[in-house]
Design a protein around this ligand. Structure first.
Ligand code: NAP
Length: 258
């Protein structure tokens, strides 16, 4: 199967081999898509370039999502190289580590609240605004979220509130862009051991408890999230927009655990 043949994808959020964005990049490549990648700082450049070499040698660019000039130059480069974009994947989130530990009311600050929202939620709208002029017909925008958006999860704290804003953004962006044929969706992934996840206190415990009651009885993988992302980004999902699709082994539909 090559259901993304000829599609041009921009993926933001690869930090290393364990990143969800890496699983998504590989899945898009396996389905015939071409991929441009970004990295936040030079520190990650060589890792991202290595992934690019393994997945079709597309362009790689530096982009701190809070820097409008860097975002604009990513759009300009993609325009020069490809002319337009079919797929955009936003796999970016950040909150200060000390606010992902302990009682929400006690540990949350205004600065932390604003930073989490800026990087983890607002950035998806900012990205959509930046790429809109170069989106091809039937383009797809996709973001990554977590159950902490709709349930209070210990230690997830401010990130849960930012994810709630992100999920609402998915719905408003879907409505805003739908008449132009652009779809916007989110994947709510189950807990996966990544760099970002390691910033959440007792993450391993959270993952173990989830696995114990998850219908599939195990954590999901970045490959599984990647395959769902490839499907949602493809014309096979042409009737799906404004949705949060759970890739969590069924955890969100059961009760009785953490
Ligand atoms: P990850 O590998 O650490 O990826 C997070 C990425 O966000 C990193 O590449 C990070 O770059 C980037 N980032 C942070 N601030 C940025 C900024 N200002 N500009 C540009 N990039 C920035 O962790 P991940 O788990 O794959 O996370 C990807 C997405 O999946 C996130 O939205 C996360 O909330 C979501 N998610 C994760 C899980 C899970 O259990 N892992 C579950 C559900 C949803 P640096 O490394 O340079 O900071």
């Amino acid at each position: 199967m090559s259901f993304l043949k000829g599609k041009k994808a921009l993926v933001l959020g690869v930090a290393n081999d364990k990143s969800i964005a890496t699983g998504i990049t590989r899945a898009i490549y396996e389905q015939g898509g071409e991929i441009a990648l970004t990295y936040q700082t030079e520190r990650l450049q060589s890792r991202v370039e290595k992934l690019a070499q393994e997945t079709g040698n597309g362009p790689t660019m530096q982009c701190d999502i809070t820097n409008p000039e860097e975002l604009a130059s990513v759009v300009e480069k993609v325009k020069q190289v490809w002319g337009g974009l079919d797929i955009v994947v936003h796999a970016i989130a950040f909150a200060p580590r000390e606010q992902l530990e302990g009682n929400y009311i006690d540990v949350t600050t205004k600065d932390g609240f604003l930073m989490a929202h800026d990087i983890s939620a607002w950035s998806f709208t900012a990205l959509a605004q930046a790429v809109k002029p170069i989106l091809n017909p039937n383009a797809s925008l996709l973001t990554l979220t977590y159950l902490g958006a709709v349930r209070a999860v210990p230690n997830y704290n401010i990130m849960g509130i930012a994810k709630a804003s992100l999920e609402a953004s998915v719905r408003y962006m879907a409505q805003s862009l739908g008449t132009e044929g652009i779809r916007v969706n989110g994947i709510s992934a189950g807990p996966i051991r990544t760099l970002a996840a390691s910033g959440i206190k007792n993450f391993r415990d959270l993952q173990d408890k989830a696995s114990a009651i998850t219908p599939l009885g195990r954590p999901v993988t970045t490959e599984e999230v990647g395959n769902t992302a490839a499907f949602l980004s493809s014309d096979l999902a042409s009737g799906i927009t404004g949705e949060i699709v759970y890739v969590d082994g069924g955890y969100n539909v059961v009760a009785g655990g953490a």
